[in-house]
Design a protein. Sequence first.
Length: 318
Amino acid sequence: MDRVTARRLPAWIGLGGAALIGILTAVQARINGQLGIRIGDGFAAAVISFGSGLLVLVVLSAALPQGRRGFGALATGLRERRIPIWMLCGGVAGALSVATQSLAVGIIGVALFTVGVVAGQTVSGLLLDRAGVGPAGVVAVTPARLVGGALAVLAAAVSLAGGVHAPLVLLVLPFLVGAGIAWQSAVNGRLRQRVGTPLTATLVNFIGGTAVLGVAELVHTAIAGPPTSFPSDPWLYIGGVIGVTYIFLAAALVPYTGVLLLGLGTVVGQVVTSVLIDALWPTEAAPTVGASLLMSTLAILSVVVAAVPWRRMPRRGH
């Protein structure tokens, strides 16, 4: 078996892993959103989520041989200028994602947050793949990918068709988060190639994200004051560990799937899980069950259209 063949993954494994990322993302969003409401400070909740994830990654990177090798490769690459600074900026998108979860999800619900992310991921994923930003290089924007992307955007539009009673900024931010997540996946995948392990790429992501969120919380505290109390429920503090898991998976999978297919596979897990969470634990701005089911169907169909290797039918007479 040659090296190229050995590095290929079956499509169902890649898409299954992407769906798992979506499930974890939806669960993390609701946890961080609830923590933000309970604390009364979305930025503090985001710092707790990212900071706890960073602690886990520091311990793993120090304890595991691949973590130590990866950190050495990172230091060497930066010293020799083989790793550009922009490859270290994935954490900025992660910080935006976690901060938006903490600020918005408790108000608009997981499903509405998710559909905005879907639209942002789709548009950004198409552009990033076409520009060759991801580790897979330039990925052709085929008609099937365009149709799949359009269906994902339509899925996002369905949930908003009935009107949403929430500030406009809370609806725009998830779109920016989706665009940022696609960029984050591409950047982390490229960094993974340079350092040889997704563990170090994930560590860099959390260092940058924690730094950005820490500054944001300092500014917020100077203006509004610090949080006055913290809840005692342990489950509210596992968002960081969940984030470590799905960012690690994304960095490991994106070289095999490309940015767009990773994003679309994530959409399936994220949308279905979001609908279930909002059905069991609704918020005021959650969409109706009918809209949620239609949105889920369109999102899953978008993955099928974009991922299945459609072949042209042979012409008769040839």
